[in-house]
Design a protein around this ligand. Structure first.
Ligand code: NG1
Ligand code: MG
Length: 566
């Protein structure tokens, strides 16, 4: 089963949204409440409610500042999605809901409001600008492109809404065609009402849920999801691609893990998502007898704001490392190709995408193990830097290692992304990525084996699987801390406490530098485990009950994004 090719579900009844189960009273109230609130604010009923999951939580920084955060749990595979290696996330409830409708005037105005009074109503309108692009003949060609003002310097809540709109405009309403074909052909004016945590100002967020929900709302209100009006059926895979592109407009050059999890998550399982050679997603049964517990370190990692020195820097380090590694392994490489580590591993192992020869999971695992032992070139350069009193190679050294001219290097690796650094640690980052990718394959394999074993021999003896999974999670944490350097003292402390409180394994989840941990805990020990962490993790001291419940909680995967047609 490949979820990427499925259609986005558009439901007309609320219990279908909940997988045929009758929704709880709280859920009914939330959906109905949103529709009623929309009517109160806009004077008409909404036409659709778009939903995208991502664990929504409130984080108490210091009273009275209450910061919303949302989270998609990566069960295995951190910081490898942008190197195009497969990951294993799950989206957990609750979610972001966006009610939407058109106000039927001849304009393109978007009014976006939020149930939470902290977020002001925003009104914006997509404008078109004329952009000139060089052509082969040397003359510049002028085209019209959409323009929505997104401020990348500071987090604004409406930025995620605008980002979602961009993709829909570009795909369905190309600016040039829309301008020349008269007002009726353009996007409709839209009223939106959002409920759920939005990433603005929170840092620790998986902004993906917001971007996915926004993209879905604009698609729905413009009639792009409803048969018989669909111009093109949009698959879940395409929604993921659109949301990924959209997310980059806010300034973080993220991989696709969160968007894929938010769109395709399945209530009963985690998802194995591979990005190469194309996006694919299939369910992975979670092992019997264990529960995943998320615990927030309460350290804010403002990913969008710190991206230049953290997230985006890692993106550049791993991409340059891929080129240097390819050269050292004599792997074929285009002159100015921005190759990823996944591609380098594939080519080294004789993968031939054009010829339809894609590495099997076993072959990929084998190649990863071999190449992780062939990092001498990267290792010696990092070593020399350390001997010279630096933590990594300089930009000049990196350019030289890449074999590119300065201009070409700039164009391929720096022109499209914002980074701020003087030292780059290519060996450590590469080692993390290769071995973390291997751990994902091993994790998935163990889950599948556990499920087969449970079917044939019952669930009596799952202990061995639980321990092995836990060990992989611990190794991942160590690698994130030591090699990828995306942990922080509090995350280290919290994962350590989790292990001593009985977790089989514990690691940070998401980008790191703060944010949440995920631990694998025996089902019958969850309550005791949570109680112990509450007692022992210093930042939890003095938190009131409600805040504590939101800081540490057991999770299970929920349904992915969908639309309710009212
Ligand atoms: P978080 O921190 O959960 O938003 C980020 C990226 C992912 C992935 C992880 C690290 C975004 C939206 N997501 O997740 O693509 O790279 O870090 O594994 O930036
Ligand atoms: Mg996330």
């Amino acid at each position: 089963m490949d979820y990427a090719y499925q259609q986005i579900p558009v439901f007309t009844a609320l219990n279908d949204v909940f997988g045929g189960l009758v929704p709880t009273l709280a859920n009914i109230e939330r959906w109905n409440g949103l529709a009623e609130e929309f009517e109160r604010r806009y004077g008409r009923k909404p036409s659709y409610i778009a939903r995208a999951p991502g664990r929504v939580k409130w984080l108490y920084l210091s009273a009275p500042l209450r910061v919303p955060v949302s989270l998609i749990t990566a069960i295995a595979g951190e910081h490898i999605d942008y190197s195009l290696f497969g990951v294993l996330p799950a989206a957990v409830e609750p979610d972001i809901l966006i009610a939407c409708g058109t106000h039927g005037e001849e304009s393109r105005t978007v009014v976006v409001d939020n149930v939470h009074p902290k977020y002001d109503r925003k009104i914006f309108e997509p404008a078109t600008t004329s952009v000139s692009k060089p052509t082969i003949s040397g003359d510049a060609a002028h085209t019209e492109e959409w323009h929505l003002d997104i401020n990348k310097k500071e987090l604004r809540w409406e930025s995620y809404v605008k980002a979602g709109y961009y993709g829909v405009l570009e795909r369905f309403f190309p600016a040039a065609t829309t301008l020349s074909s008269g007002a009726n052909q353009g996007p409709v004016p839209v009223d939106l009402l959002v409920t759920g945590a939005v990433p603005a100002g929170s840092g620790l967020s998986s902004s993906a849920a917001m971007v996915v929900a926004s993209t879905l709302a604009f698609l729905a209100v413009n009639g792009k999801l409803d048969p018989p009006n669909v111009d093109k059926i949009i698959t879940k895979g395409e929604l993921v691609q659109m949301s990924m592109e959209n997310e980059k407009r806010v300034g973080v050059n993220s991989g696709g893990m969160d968007q894929a999890a938010s769109v395709m998550s399945d209530p009963a399982s985690a998802l194995y998502i591979s990005f190469y050679p194309e996006l694919k997603a299939s369910p992975v049964p979670l092992p019997h007898g264990v529960v995943f517990v998320c615990a927030n370190s309460l350290v804010v990692s403002d990913k969008a704001v710190s991206a230049k020195r953290c997230y985006n820097l890692r993106v550049v380090e791993t991409l340059v490392a891929a080129r240097v590694l390819a050269r050292s392994l004599n792997v074929p490489l285009g002159a100015e190709e921005r190759v990823t580590l996944r591609e380098v591993v594939g080519r080294w192992a004789g993968e031939d995408i054009q010829g339809g020869k894609v590495l099997s999971a076993d072959a990929l695992a084998e190649a990863l193990q071999s190449i992780a032992k062939k990092l001498d070139v990267l290792h010696s350069r990092d070593g020399a830097a350390v001997a010279a009193g630096r933590s990594g190679v300089t930009l000049e050294e990196m350019i030289e290692m890449s074999g590119l001219q300065r201009d070409a290097f700039q164009k391929v690796y720096l022109s499209w992304i914002e980074v701020e650094a003087t030292e780059f640690e290519l060996y450590k980052r590469t080692k993390h990525v290769l071995l973390e990718a291997l751990r994902v394959l091993q994790f998935r394999q163990l889950c599948l084996e556990a499920s087969t074993a449970a079917e044939s021999a019952g669930t009596g003896d799952m202990g061995v699987y639980q321990k092995k999974l836990g060990k992989l999670m611990n190794e991942s944490q160590e690698s994130c801390a030591e090699l990828f350097e995306c942990s922080c003292p509090e995350l280290d402390q919290l994962t350590k406490l989790a292990r001593s409180a009985g977790a089989f394994g514990s690691r940070l989840t998401g980008a790191g530098w703060g944010g949440c941990t995920v631990s694998i805990v025996a089902e019958d020990q969850v309550d005791g485990f949570i109680a112990k962490i509450k007692e022992e993790y210093p930042p939890y001291k003095g938190l009131e009950d409600g805040a504590l419940k939101e800081a540490i909680f057991a999770t299970r995967p929920g349904r992915g994004a969908c639309v309710l047609k009212l």
